[in-house]
Ligand binder design. Structure first.
Ligand code: FMN
Length: 325
């Protein structure tokens, strides 16, 4: 496969593999792991532009960026120009190299406010909002969208063209409709159609779980980059393994159990530094099943993790897990 060179506006991305924005997941800790494993670009979880606008402290805490993370894209969502513009300026001020606008989130709470995927139903509004954000900041502005609202309204190619016209620097297409949520298979054809309809970079997204999936998407759609979300859960190695595979054709082995347990600890430590021990360990409960999926004894480990409160407890638990294997 021909390897694309991904450049977004004036931002050079070292390779075409992108960590997806994932609420509750793609925080500074997980982004650092993805970066260390070779992700070319990392995206933050979505941040409410309105909450930034109103100076919400929890939201401020989400906007911490580490030196190591660059280039980084910070994603904002909102349904009105004033807060999106303010939000965009704020994320640039904390170090975003790219501002991404969310036009794909399907959850009712977000859609109800006219943000996320609701913007695909109102392309003129989407276009106006994006234009305001493009004018407000000096860094490239990108948009992440779905194929469309539902099967009867597949408009990603048209919307992408409209956005290109007003200076949006790249688009990411998740090949599902809003109505599909996360079900069914992502439609890569629509991603290819978007690629044909614009000349800005297009990043394809949906159902990449293995290095060979990335290769297949690049081949079938001709996109400039691929974005990985669920395939990176408990699996930051996917970036290194995919990039290695794309460059050499060699499939590296899956990480060993030792490597997995080491990564769990590192993930926990990074989270602790950022959120404190209690919250970090609680959050690790959702990651553990992904890291240990398919390993003997993992369901017992998961049960024990639910009682675990401390870093020390986690260490003991993992040591015990290793000892009985
Ligand atoms: C837990 C979770 C949280 C997500 N949060 C966001 C988000 O904040 N912003 C966004 O644009 N997409 C979000 N998504 C969607 C993903 O970025 C991606 O588009 C989708 O999961 C399809 O890619 P995949 O098949 O690689 O998982 C989220 C997905 C998951 C599973």
């Amino acid at each position: 496969v021909k390897l694309p060179k991904l450049q977004i506006g004036d931002v050079n991305i070292p390779n075409p593999l992108v960590l997806a924005p994932m609420a509750g997941i793609s925080n500074i800790a997980f982004r650092i792991l993805a970066k260390e494993q070779g992700a070319g670009l990392v995206c933050s979880e979505f941040v409410s532009a309105k909450a930034i606008y109103y100076g919400n402290q929890k939201t401020q805490d989400m906007l911490i960026v580490d030196e190591k993370e660059h280039p980084i894209s910070i994603q904002i969502f909102g349904g009105d120009s004033e807060s999106l513009v303010e939000g965009a300026r704020a994320v640039v001020a904390v170090g975003a190299d790219i501002v991404d606008i969310n036009m794909g989130c399907p959850v009712p709470k977000v859609v109800k406010t006219g943000s996320g995927a609701a913007l695909m139903k109102d392309p003129v509004k989407a276009w106006n909002l994006a234009a305001d954000v493009v004018k407000a900041v000096d860094v490239p502005v990108t948009v992440k969208m779905r194929a469309g609202w539902d099967d009867q309204n597949i408009n990603a190619p048209q919307l992408a063209e409209m956005l290109e016209d007003i200076g949006v620097a790249a688009v990411t297409i998740h090949g599902r409709t809003r109505a599909q949520l996360y079900q069914g298979k992502a439609d890569w054809d629509i991603i290819g159609k978007v690629k044909e309809s614009v000349s800005i970079p297009v990043i394809g997204n949906g159902d990449i779980y293995a290095p060979t999936d990335a290769e297949q998407m690049l081949e079938e759609t001709g996109v400039d980059g691929v974005m990985i979300a669920r395939g990176a859960l408990g699996n930051p190695w996917i970036f290194h393994r995919t990039w290695h595979y794309l460059q050499t054709g060699e499939l590296l082995p899956e990480p060993s159990v030792d490597e997995k347990l080491g990564m769990i600890k590192r993930h926990a430590d990074l989270l602790i530094a950022y959120k404190g021990e209690k919250r970090a360990i609680r959050e690790m409960r959702q990651h553990l099943p992904y890291y240990t999926k398919g390993l003997r004894g993992s369901s017992q480990l998961r049960k024990e993790m639910n009682q675990c409160q401390t870093r020390e407890g986690l260490e003991q638990l993992l040591d015990g897990f290793l000892a009985v294997r």
